[in-house]
Design a protein around this ligand. Structure first.
Ligand code: 13P
Ligand code: SF4
Length: 350
């Protein structure tokens, strides 16, 4: 558990974190990337943290990997690389820093540690979990193997290291259909996201896809009726859904793809109005680079992703706390599943 008052006391002794319009004005190059969604008053509050974190990164030879669901001040202010789960996993194998700070959720930090065991991987809040990762254990994988003998197990990266170690190969939302299609067996087990699996089953009809019953608490909340109502009330809006949404929701959307797929779609298409059926920060992070697009409608917040704040990132880097460790034997097996996914994705040109 975090002792926030103690953290704050520690930080205020070492850093001047007083809101500063002058400092904020001097960092306008960063602010320009989020000025549509972050007020000048909030930027004056964030700027001292952003400066302190960026200075500390240089001292520690650290890089920050920021997921597309991070808030704009983290995404634009301190992240060295941003992207979806696949892009961040690949980046973890490429960066030369001594320290990786994972601004995302715990399974992402574990993936970085599995791929770069020699690096220190910091998680600003260890409680930033994921409902999908929590839905299955290695015993669940064994149960699926008993139910479907001989079928390969394709596990979403949103899983623990133990689950990855018990699987044959991983996938993310940007390569799931291709990874499943590339399996030799007719029956393929997908865990733990039932909806991603059902969306893949529709796109890869030549396979018998069977699944675990996990789901994402952010994307399962949407219903097809929500989308139909929205279209009726807001004609002309492009509806864009993440494939963790149930298939009847995806069927109502104009496009479905990974978080980076969504960014690419909106950037290429530049619809007049867009509703992103996914986590709230997605639209905020691309609002400034796409001034011609009006982002409308409801979004859902991931309570896990939102545990990551500038304050916690600064504390983790300052004290080098929140180090992610993975048992060496588990990591070796898990690495095989993740590396197979990365190799196959490269081979398939994803
Ligand atoms: P992406 O791989 O599309 O970024 O999605 C991962 C995810 O679950 C974020 O919650
Ligand atoms: Fe997990 Fe869903 Fe949050 Fe992604 S959005 S981290 S899948 S709970």
């Amino acid at each position: 558990m975090f002792d926030l008052p103690a953290q704050r006391a520690h930080l205020s002794e070492k850093y001047d974190l007083t809101p500063s319009p002058e400092l904020a004005a001097g960092m306008s190059d960063i602010y320009d990337r989020m000025s549509r969604v972050v007020s000048p008053v909030d930027w004056a509050i964030y700027a001292p943290y952003v400066k302190a974190i960026n200075d500390l990164k240089a001292q520690r030879n650290a890089v920050i990997l920021g997921h597309n669901y991070m808030t704009p001040e983290i995404y634009h202010g301190v992240s060295d690389f941003v992207g979806d789960s696949l892009q961040l996993a690949i980046k973890a194998t490429e960066v030369e820093a001594d320290v990786i700070v994972q601004c995302g959720v715990h399974f992402m930090a574990e993936t970085s540690k599995i791929l770069s065991p020699e690096k220190t991987v910091l998680m600003p809040d260890m409680e930033a979990g994921c409902s999908l990762a929590e839905s299955i254990t290695a015993e669940g994988i064994a149960e699926m193997r008993r139910r479907y003998p001989g079928a390969p197990v394709v596990s979403y990266v949103n899983t623990t290291a133990e689950v990855k170690a018990a699987s044959d190969i991983c996938c993310t939302s940007s390569n799931a259909a291709q990874i499943v299609a590339a399996q030799d067996n007719h029956t393929v087990i997908m865990t733990p996201d039932q909806y991603l699996a059902q969306n893949v089953a529709r796109d890869v009809p030549q396979k018998n896809v069977v699944w675990w019953e996990g789901s994402c608490i952010v994307h399962e909340q949407y219903s097809p009726q929500d989308l139909r109502d929205f279209r009726e009330w807001n004609p002309g809006t492009r509806l864009i859904a993440h494939p963790e949404c149930p298939p009847d929701v995806v069927a109502e959307a104009d496009y479905s793809g990974s978080t980076s797929g969504i960014i690419k779609y909106v950037t290429d298409e530049k619809p007049e109005k867009a509703l992103l059926i996914t986590e709230c920060s997605m639209a905020s992070n691309i609002a400034d680079q796409l001034p011609e697009v009006e982002f409308v409608g409801p979004c859902n917040m991931c309570p896990y992703m939102k545990k990551i704040t500038l304050e916690k990132v600064l504390f983790a880097l300052d004290t080098m706390t929140g180090q992610v460790e993975v048992d060496a034997e588990v990591a070796e097996k898990a690495r095989l599943s993740v590396q197979r996914m990365i190799d196959l994705s490269r081979q398939l040109g994803i």
